[in-house]
Design a protein around this ligand. Structure first.
Ligand SMILES: Nc1ncnc2c1ncn2[C@@H]1O[C@H](COP(=O)(O)OP(=O)(O)OP(=O)(O)O)[C@@H](O)[C@H]1O
Length: 552
């Protein structure tokens, strides 16, 4: 059995992020490097203060401090570089995993729903990209931001407890500004994502529909809609930038204020000019040390503040991901894959699509013996395709029971893995004819693909253009009949115990249909087969004909 989908679980953005990104603890090498950067910063400050004190004592006394300054500077550069690389690699892995899960979900998804191809594309490309900064920068910066300032505070307190107290007090407005800016950024970021997704969706869908738009003269109207959507993105982006600049300006202000206060205190203490008594007397080395160290106190938090926007963007993005990505492990939809032709039994089956008032079919009972061929006929809209989709897990079973060799085909089990399927609107991918046919059975040999193509009646096309003829995403250069034949070649290629054929001879002339009917008759041998058709010639090859009545 194969896991193909899962039951959604209502989670908020924070819980969703926790499900799909690596825990911060797993980014410990990047965090350790950022803390290492702070330790090197302490060494740098010690080197500066030592050098200042020794500057009059000559090169011999100065040299060790200069070496300390240079070494600390190099360590800082190395730490920053390595932390960025580790974070980027973790982000890359996360994005790859999420995109793979999203695409798997989209491939297993029933057709329909409100999301368009364009918006789904925007989710897979742009919105997954929003996880990059969160994993690469925010998570390591958050852990380091909790640890590194405490280290600096402790070392500062050893040199000057009052300078440490000044740093601690100025932290209050800094954190308050961070929280306020974060809240505003979240809202703007959410709006920007919505606008970006609308634009990407609109653009991708209009490009796909370009020939139709041109044919109906709708290009001007659609160009205007795209223009309005782009203006909206530009406006939202400027608002996000405005909040980002305002918040970073306010944070820089409090950080600079804190360094200035420490500088004034250290200077006045050194000169003995403080207008109030303090329980410590700083010498030049300690005064310089606390002054050089003060910016280090805010550096990890400024790094965190800079990455805070990444967190908001990631939270907004995960809110838009499909619920199925966050299902707890273990709850999955499985695919039945019997190796020999199974008995398929439908008892009082009904299919009601979400949002539809009337069911597409109701009270349908059919018992199909192993290897039996059943033709399903009925007027347009009577539910023939829906019946086939039900077995593939693409339509909901609303009432009744479907069993495959006695095993219930419930909401969580489909026959897709065991079936060869010819749908009414076959998917054509922008690739060669060979790749399009091999889609159904990627491990097929070149000879098997060619045989399937010939049996499906693609001989003339093969002779004229060959199996490596390129096909575009719209199936340009293919006739309706050729697209049908490609779909049939796929079904012939895939070894399967169940054949589900939905109008396989539509778009074919009489001679073409007659030739294909023979191929289909041969292909059905050894499989349990359901054929939805309007063609009396095709229905005639069936062992039994089941007629569906139109629903009022
Ligand atoms: N995904 C869907 N969501 C909502 N309604 C649907 C969906 N698919 C089909 N329907 C509706 O279910 C009914 C049966 O459609 P279905 O395509 O199964 O009929 P059909 O007999 O195969 O028609 P045709 O012969 O024209 O192919 C129709 O009223 C259709 O509008």
């Amino acid at each position: 059995m194969r896991s193909i989908s899962a039951r959604p679980d209502p989670l908020d953005a924070v819980q969703r992020l926790a499900r799909i990104v690596p825990p911060a603890a797993r980014l410990w090498p990047a965090t350790a490097l950022l803390v290492g950067d702070t330790l090197a910063g302490i060494g740098f400050a010690a080197g500066i203060s030592g050098a200042v004190v020794q500057v009059a004592a000559g090169w011999g006394a100065l040299l060790p401090w200069v070496v300390l300054v240079v070494a600390a500077g190099m360590v800082r550069g190395g730490c920053a570089l390595l932390a960025a690389r580790i974070g980027a690699e973790a982000a890359q892995r996360t994005k790859r995993g999420v995109r793979a899960a999203l695409v798997t979900d989209l491939l297993a998804r029933a057709p329909g729903g409100r999301a368009t191809t364009g918006t789904l594309l925007a989710t897979c490309v742009d919105e997954v990209e929003a996880l990059d900064g969160y994993v690469a920068r925010f998570l390591p910066a958050r852990s380091a931001g909790a640890l590194a300032p405490l280290l600096v505070l402790a070392v500062t307190a050893i040199a000057s407890p009052i300078a440490a107290a000044i740093l601690g007090i100025t932290l209050i407005p800094f954190v308050a500004a961070m929280i306020l800016a974060g809240g505003a950024a979240a809202e703007e970021s959410r709006r920007q994502f919505g606008a970006l997704s609308r634009l990407s969706g609109l653009f991708a869908d209009r490009i796909r529909a370009l020939p139709i738009l041109l044919a109906f003269g709708g290009e001007q109207r659609e160009a205007e809609r795209l223009g309005t959507a782009s203006d909206d993105v530009a406006l939202r982006t400027m608002r996000v930038l405005r909040v980002a600049f305002l918040s970073s300006a306010s944070l820089e202000f409090f950080a600079a204020l804190s360094v200035a206060l420490v500088a004034v205190y250290a200077g006045f203490n050194l000169l003995g000019l403080l207008p109030f008594p303090v329980p410590e007397k700083l010498d030049l080395a300690r005064a310089f040390f606390v002054l050089a160290l003060a910016p280090e106190f805010y550096l990890p938090m400024r790094r965190l503040a800079a990455a805070y926007h990444d967190k908001q963007a990631a939270q907004t993005a995960v809110e838009r991901f499909p619920d199925v990505l966050f299902a707890p492990p273990g709850v999955t939809v499985a695919a039945l894959a019997p190796e020999t032709a199974p008995r398929i039994t439908l008892t009082d089956v009904a299919i009601a699509y979400p949002g539809s008032d009337a069911p597409a079919i109701a009270n349908v009972s059919i018992d199909i013996a192993p290897c039996e061929i059943v033709a399903v006929v009925g007027p347009s809209g009577s539910g023939k395709s829906s019946l086939l989709h039900l077995l593939l897990g693409l339509a909901p079973l609303s009432a009744g029971r479907v069993t495959i060799d006695g095993v219930d085909l419930g909401a969580e089990i489909s026959l897709a893995a065991a079936s060869a399927w010819v749908g009414q609107t076959p998917l054509i991918i922008p690739a060669t004819l060979r790749a399009n046919i091999a889609l159904a059975w990627p491990t097929a040999t070149a000879d098997e693909i060619e045989q399937a193509a010939l049996r499906a009646g693609l001989g003339p096309m093969l002779a004229a253009r060959g199996l490596d003829a390129p096909i575009d995403a719209r199936g340009g250069g293919l006739s309706g009949g050729e697209i049908r034949r490609i779909a049939l070649a796929r079904a012939l290629l895939k070894p399967s115990a169940v054949l589900l054929l939905d109008e396989p001879t539509a778009h074919l002339d009489q001679a073409g249909e007659a030739a294909l009917v023979e191929t289909i008759r041969a292909a059905c041998r050894g499989s349990t087969t359901l054929i939805a058709t309007h063609s009396a010639v095709l229905a005639a090859i069936a062992d039994r004909i089941v007629s569906l009545e139109p629903r009022a």
